[in-house]
Design a protein around this ligand. Structure first.
Ligand SMILES: [Zn+2]
Length: 263
């Protein structure tokens, strides 16, 4: 049996019998949870077959039951009890079978802006390069991130599943992938945000505007000044940008994003 706290480590498969032998222990009340394949990597290793037997305590909601197994509420789709759609805050009864489905992609959401946790700086720069509004600070606390998501109506992206279980979180998503290009592909596939490449400053998220060369001339190295004619400048931090040979890698990221399946 499991203790139904979000993402609590599961120490024992079955609960210890009550030494006092009270009536609550006379008959164990259990339900079965079946988790869809793409979500199983979040389960404890011994449960990667996607099936878990859980204790029914009469108070834990379906959301809490699923989160206790390791899958945050931001990550699953419809919940079915005995084959029928169920409300996330309903409760299991003895013998129920709960099916946890995957959230369809692209995910429909009322939010179009993002806030990224401190470990996703490289992803933040890539998303900004594509014109997506991304808040990022490398010193933000978990509380800061959840508060900013709420106050600015942003989707919190993280690889910390405990953070995605926060009740105060308005919208969030787990980012798959160990390296930034894979993470970017995952985010684009899941949220399909509108892209406006080269419109936002990768360094600070400010808006870029085309400017005459003379306006940024004093900020350029001689080689850049000689070789390029078209410039833009961040309206927040003042950094100049130009497109040239040195941005080949960035061009590649933009081109790849444009042909992401499902866009
Ligand atoms: Zn800037």
């Amino acid at each position: 049996m499991d203790i139904l706290h979000p993402l609590a480590p599961m120490a024992t498969e079955r609960s210890e019998p009550n030494a006092a032998g009270g009536p609550c222990n006379d008959a164990e009340v259990t339900a079965t949870v079946r988790v869809a394949g793409p979500l199983r990597f979040m389960l404890a290793v011994r449960r990667r077959d996607g099936v878990a037997e859980v204790a029914v305590d009469g108070t834990s909601t379906l959301v809490h039951v699923v989160e206790a197994l390791g899958v945050p509420r931001t990550e699953f789709g419809d919940l079915l009890v005995n084959g029928r759609p169920a409300r996330p805050h309903s409760r299991l009864r003895d013998g129920d079978v709960l099916d946890v489905t995957v959230r369809p992609r692209p995910q429909r959401t009322e939010y179009s802006r993002f806030v990224l946790d401190v470990h996703l700086g490289a992803l933040a720069r890539r998303m900004r390069l594509l014109g997506i509004d991304v808040a990022y600070r490398n010193d933000a606390s978990d509380d800061d991130l959840v508060a900013q998501a709420a106050s600015e109506q942003r989707i919190l992206l993280t690889q910390d599943r405990r953070l995605l279980c926060r009740r105060a979180l308005v919208a969030g998503g787990y980012v798959s992938g160990d390296e930034p290009d894979k993470q970017l592909a995952d985010v684009l596939d899941r949220f399909a945000p509108d892209l406006r490449p080269w419109s936002r400053c990768p360094a600070c998220n400010g808006v870029l505007e085309r400017v005459a060369k003379r306006q940024v001339d004093h900020l350029l190295l001689e080689g850049t000044r000689r070789s390029y004619t078209q410039f833009s400048q961040c309206q927040s931090c003042g950094r100049p940008y130009w497109r040239g040979a040195h941005t080949e890698r960035l061009e590649e990221i933009v081109a790849t994003a444009a042909i992401t399946p499902g866009r």
